[in-house]
Design a protein around this ligand. Structure first.
Ligand SMILES: *Cc1c(COP(=O)(O)O)cnc(C)c1O
Length: 516
C-alpha cells in the first residue's frame, strides 16, 4: 500500500515516497458499478454487413438468458481512469523502495517486458512442432547454458514454475539418484533458519526433515551437523547466503561431510542475487541448484503472477532431469526426454515468457554486469546494516550479503512494540515494509533487502524513516500511535488473522474504520 496524504517524509526526501498521483482524499473509490450508466460502452466494432441471425432456434430456450448479464456499462475513458486510480493506491516496485527481505523485490528493466511481449515469442503455442519453433527452442537452450555458467552446473530443466516447484523437482531428482544407486534413504537435513518452503518440499518429496541449529556466528552449527549425518541422509538443503543474509563460511566442510555419507547437496538459489558472477554453487560442492528467475532475473512477482524455478544439476544427475528438453541435433533443435527422466513437472515447457525475460536480463547485463548486480546488492545491504545498527538491535554482528536482519526486541521490551508495528509505521513513511518475524530464530526480526537498484539517497531516506519511528516510540502516546499505523494508506490496519481467513477487499475512506 502506498502512503496517502500524511505529512511524513521530509521535504525533498528521495526514495520511498510514491508518485505524486492524487489519491481521492477522503472519498471512497467509486466502483465500476457505481460509475455504470446504461448504454455506455468501452469499445466499438465496425458493422460487418453480415445479416443478424435470430438466436431463437439456434440455442434452446432452457439455455438462454432471460435478462442481460449484470455488467458495468462504462466508457473507455472512465474505465481507464478507474483502473489507473486503483493502480496508484497500490505500492509497487516501480513506485518506490520495496525492501521485503528474502523476496528480492527489485526494479525490473522494461526491456525485459518488451522482449517478452514480442508476438514472435508470446503468440507461439507451446504445442508448435519443434521444426516450426526453432527460435524458441534456441532461446531455452541458450538460457539453460547461461544458468549453468552462473551456477557451475552441467545441465538444467526450465520447467518448474516457481522456487518451491524447483525444490520439489530437486528432491525428486535426489530420490531418483539414490534409487539408481540401489539404496533407500529417508531423511533430508535443513538448518533451523531455512525458508518455509524447504521443509514443506522435503515432506512432499517423501522425506523426513532433520533440523540442525544455527551456530553463534549465524552459520550452520558444523559439529551439530556432523552428529546427525548418517547413512539414512539423502542430502541437505541450504541457501548460501542463508536467510540471515550471512555467507556460510564452512560450506566446503559441510559439502565434504555430506558427500562422505553419500548424501547430495541441494542449493536453494533464491538468494543468488548476492553471489552471481562472484562464486558458483557448483564450486561450493552443491549437486542440485534451483534459481528463482522471478527474484534475481527480472520478472515482477509477489502478486501471484507467474514465476520460474529452473533446476540445474551436475553431470551425474543430468540423465534424471525432467523432459522433454531442447537439445541441439544435426538438423537443429529437437525435444528430447533424458534417458532416466523423472517425467514432466509442468504441463508444457515452463513459464516461457518469464524465461524470455531472464535471458534478456542476462544478455543485457553480460557476465560483468551480473557480477556488478551482486556487488551492489551486497554493498547496499551493508550500508543499510551499518546505518540501522544504531537504530535497532543487531543479532549477528558481521558483514552481511544482499540482505540484513535486525531486531526490534528493544522496542518490544521498552514500549511493547513488535516488529510488525515498525513495518506498519514504515508504510506511512512511503516505504514498503521489510519482512517481519522471519527468520524464525531471531526475535522480532526485521529483514531488509534493499537490492542493487536502490540509490544511496533512497537507503538514507529509509534509514531516516526508521529513526523517526524509533524516536516517536519514545514520545508520550507515540507507541500507541505506532500500534495504530498505518494511518495514511488506502487500507488501514487490518486484523491479520481475520483478513487471512475472510478475504473481503473493501476500500476505506482513508480516515475511518479498518475494513471488517
Ligand atoms: C522465495 C524463496 C523461496 C520460494 O520461492 P517461490 O518462488 O516463492 O516458491 C525459497 N527459498 C527462499 C530462501 C526464498 O527466498
Amino acid at each position: 500500500m502506498r502512503a496517502g496524504d500524511g505529512p511524513v517524509a521530509p521535504e525533498g526526501a528521495p526514495g520511498g515516497r510514491a508518485s505524486s498521483a492524487p489519491l481521492l482524499g477522503g472519498e471512497p473509490e467509486p466502483t465500476l458499478f457505481e460509475l455504470s450508466r446504461p448504454g455506455r460502452r468501452a469499445w466499438q466494432l465496425p458493422t460487418t454487413g453480415v445479416p443478424e441471425v435470430p438466436v431463437a432456434g439456434l440455442v434452446p430456450e432452457a439455455h438462454r438468458r432471460a435478462a442481460p448479464p449484470a455488467l458495468a456499462e462504462v466508457s473507455e475513458r472512465d474505465l481507464v481512469a478507474h483502473v489507473t486510480r486503483l493502480s496508484h493506491r497500490q505500492f509497487s516496485v516501480d513506485l518506490g523502495a520495496y525492501p521485503l527481505g528474502s523476496c528480492t523485490m527489485k526494479y525490473n528493466p522494461k526491456v525485459c517486458d518488451a522482449v517478452a511481449a514480442m508476438p514472435g515469442l508470446a503468440a507461439v503455442h507451446p504445442a508448435t512442432p519443434a521444426g516450426l519453433a526453432q527460435g524458441w527452442l534456441g532461446l531455452l537452450a541458450e538460457l539453460e547454458q547461461a544458468l549453468c555458467a552462473v551456477t557451475g552446473m552441467a545441465a538444467a530443466t526450465l520447467q518448474p514454475a516457481a522456487g518451491a516447484a524447483g525444490e520439489l523437482t530437486g528432491l525428486l531428482l535426489m530420490r531418483a539418484w539414490h534409487q539408481a544407486q540401489g539404496r533407500q534413504r529417508r531423511t533430508v537435513v535443513i538448518p533451523d533458519s531455512s525458508h518455509g518452503t524447504n521443509p514443506a518440499s522435503v515432506t512432499l518429496g517423501g522425506y523426513r526433515t532433520v533440523t540442525v541449529p544455527t551456530g553463534r556466528d549465524g552459520g550452520i552449527d558444523l559439529p551439530a551437523l556432523r552428529r546427525v549425518l548418517d547413512e539414512d541422509v539423502a542430502g541437505i538443503m541450504l541457501t548460501n547466503p542463508n536467510t540471515l543474509g550471512l555467507f556460510e563460511r564452512d560450506i566446503q566442510a559441510v559439502a565434504e561431510a555430506v558427500h562422505e555419507v553419500g548424501g547430495l547437496l541441494y542449493y536453494d538459489g533464491a538468494n543468488l542475487n548476492a553471489i552471481m558472477g562472484v562464486v558458483r554453487p557448483g564450486d561450493m560442492g552443491f549437486d542440485i541448484v534451483h534459481l528463482n528467475l522471478h527474484k534475481t532475473f527480472a520478472t515482477p512477482h509477489g502478486g501471484g503472477g507467474p514465476g520460474a524455478g529452473p533446476v540445474a544439476v551436475t553431470a551425474a544427475l543430468a540423465p534424471f532431469l525432467p523432459g522433454p528438453r531442447p537439445v541441439r541435433g544435426a538438423a537443429g533443435y529437437v525435444w528430447e526426454v533424458p534417458e532416466r527422466s523423472i517425467g514432466r513437472v509442468h504441463s508444457w515447457h515452463g513459464n516461457s515468457l518469464v524465461l524470455a525475460r531472464a535471458l534478456t536480463y542476462i544478455l543485457v547485463h553480460g557476465s560483468d554486469g551480473l557480477r556488478r548486480v551482486a556487488q551492489l546488492a551486497v554493498l547496499n545491504a551493508n550500508w543499510l546494516r551499518l546505518r540501522l545498527a544504531g537504530v535497532f538491535d543487531v543479532p549477528y554482528d558481521r558483514a552481511c550479503m544482499h540482505e540484513c536482519v535486525v531486531s526490534a526486541s528493544s522496542l518490544r521490551r521498552e514500549h511493547g512494540l513488535r516488529a510488525a508495528d515498525v513495518a506498519k509505521a514504515l508504510l506511512d513513511e512511503g516505504f514498503h515494509a521489510p519482512t517481519v518475524a522471519f527468520p524464525l530464530i531471531v526475535e522480532d526480526a526485521l529483514m531488509f533487502e534493499p537490492t542493487e537498484t536502490e540509490s544511496v539517497q533512497t537507503l538514507h531516506a529509509l534509514a531516516m524513516a526508521c529513526e523517526r519511528i524509533v524516536a516517536a516510540a519514545g514520545e508520550p502516546g507515540g507507541a500507541d500511535a505506532i500500534r495504530q499505523a498505518p494511518r495514511h494508506t488506502p487500507v488501514l490496519r487490518v486484523d491479520e488473522a481475520r483478513a487471512a481467513r475472510h478475504l473481503v477487499p473493501v476500500a476505506t475512506d482513508g480516515a475511518g474504520e479498518p475494513p471488517r
